[in-house]
Design a protein around this ligand. Structure first.
Ligand code: AMP
Ligand code: MG
Length: 346
């Protein structure tokens, strides 16, 4: 399939950008699937009401069919059509964090969305993205759009249109290029179908931010204990992994350099994921500095770029520094643990 490519400005109403966004919206209305930027990562969108469109998303990504999709909307009024009820706590969360990197799980209204989009569950995940291109596109289509990250399943999520191209060129109908995304990690997923809201996936909006607004919330036990079954079906799958085996190191820079040296002495090409503060200390075959440790948001923003870059360098083993579990550090460590298949060295 030929993949259309539209380069658009964040200033979406210009003579240049608007017609391109319309073209992308037209394809969505025809139940084709296209990639578009959001503030978290690039999404692969399709009409959430149409079985064929949703099947195309799953096929393009190679995504397991039991992993439901997040439904994207541009206006809160669109919720009434797809959810059974809007709990008070969800109202509060939406008022503060939408548009933004927070996905809310509601009880689904029967028969409005494709059952493939919700993987047959009685609940549905919904979010309003905070990106002018995404919002304009959603407004133009005027349909709920299911959009998982626009990568092949298992790979790091795409934070640029080039990443999308690497994975999905000639496989999807189009890519809207709106430049690099900002947040860099996916949305936080919070289940509001029970009395106590529970975070199922840490992401762009932090637990601290949520608790400041609504009081204590729960954490899915699977986020702490690897043996528990995650409530978000997608959280059980391996994800974000570079081609080479990766190890997180819970230790000093000296310890990390020692591990690098050992592997290089065995003749291996060694990659290292570090931060701006520490990068000049190390000697390795390939070093990626992922933002500043003192500003965890900058680490989140370039995390997937870093994970992807190891594949272009043909490294044979990767070591990675660890990050504090505070703020967006929760999401960073969650993704790194998955990328490293939970392999941590002390
Ligand atoms: P992605 O679209 O790849 O960013 O992933 C969306 C995440 O939300 C996956 O982990 C899904 O399993 C999860 N998710 C989507 N819908 C639901 C739902 N109704 N209940 C629980 N988790 C969900
Ligand atoms: Mg994903």
């Amino acid at each position: 399939m030929k993949t259309s490519y539209w380069l658009v400005d964040k200033n979406v109403d210009t003579k240049h950008s608007y017609p391109q966004i319309q073209q992308a919206a037209d394809l969505l209305k025809k139940n084709e699937v296209i990639a578009f930027p959001t503030e978290t990562v690039y999404g692969l969108g399709g009409n959430a009401k149409d079985d064929d469109a949703i099947k195309k998303i799953f096929a393009a990504k190679g995504r397991p069919s039991d992993n439901p999709l997040i439904i994207h909307i541009a206006k809160q009024e669109q919720l009434a059509e797809i959810v059974e009820e809007i709990p008070e706590v969800a109202q509060k969360l939406m008022a503060s964090f939408w548009p933004g990197a927070l996905t809310i799980i509601f009880r689904a209204k029967k028969g409005t969305l494709s059952q493939y989009a919700t993987a047959g569950l009685q609940t549905v995940a919904v979010r309003m993205p905070d990106h002018p291109v995404a919002l304009k596109l959603l407004e133009e289509v005027d349909l709920p759009i299911a959009a998982p990250s626009a990568n092949r399943s298992g790979k790091p999520s795409p934070t640029t249109a080039l990443h999308v191209k690497e994975d999905l060129d000639q496989i999807i109908a189009g890519i809207v290029d709106g430049g690099p995304t900002g947040v860099g990690v996916e949305s936080t997923v919070i289940d509001c179908t029970d009395l106590l809201p529970v975070i199922l996936r840490p992401g762009g909006i932090t637990k601290e931010q949520i608790e400041e607004l609504v009081g204590e919330v729960g954490l899915d036990p699977a986020l702490i204990n690897k043996e528990s079954k995650p409530k978000a079906p997608g959280m059980k799958y391996s994800h974000y992994a570079p081609n080479a085996p990766m190890f997180l190191v819970n230790g000093t820079k000296e310890r990390i350099q020692c591990l690098v040296d050992e592997e290089r002495n065995k003749g291996k090409k060694v990659g290292l994921l570090t931060t701006e503060e520490n990068k000049s200390y190390y000697d390795a075959d390939y070093i990626f500095a992922c933002g500043k440790r003192a500003e965890l948001h900058s680490v989140a923003a370039s995390l997937y770029e870093g994970l992807r870059s190891f594949n272009h360098q043909d490294v044979e083993i990767i070591f990675c520094e660890m990050f504090p579990l505070e703020g967006v550090g929760q999401a960073i460590m969650n993704r790194l643990m998955k990328a490293a298949s939970h392999q941590v060295m002390d």
